[in-house]
Ligand binder design. Sequence first.
Ligand SMILES: [Cu+2]
Length: 131
Amino acid sequence: MKGVFVLLTVASLYGCGGGGGGTTAPTNNGVNTPPPAGGISVSNNTFTPGTKTVAIGTTVKWAWNACTGGGDPYGGGQTCVSHTVTFDDGSASSSLQDQGTFDKAFNTAGTYTYHCQIHGSMGMTGTITVQ
Ligand SMILES: [Cu+2]
């Protein structure tokens, strides 16, 4: 019995696909990720803070906080809305995801604008100024 459990655990580990780039696979269903100090929260239709100034060489982290609701008496789960961090210059951007994080290093001075592919037209945009 114990051996079967171990085999199943190993099989499920191998079943996880590899993530790409700086995006962490969303592993915690219905769980928001608090942004670290200096990070940016990705919530429903807004990035907070929407504008940010960093020093050259800084890695900025976005953390998805797009799950709301849940906690009803019947144990219903939260609803998580998918968003992207998509750079207007076509540089490395996040996946369309409803949880997890995305990291991007800024090694060149400049102004980098980004948007959510789904909600950019609703004003879900942001700017990173690197100096
Ligand atoms: Cu969005």
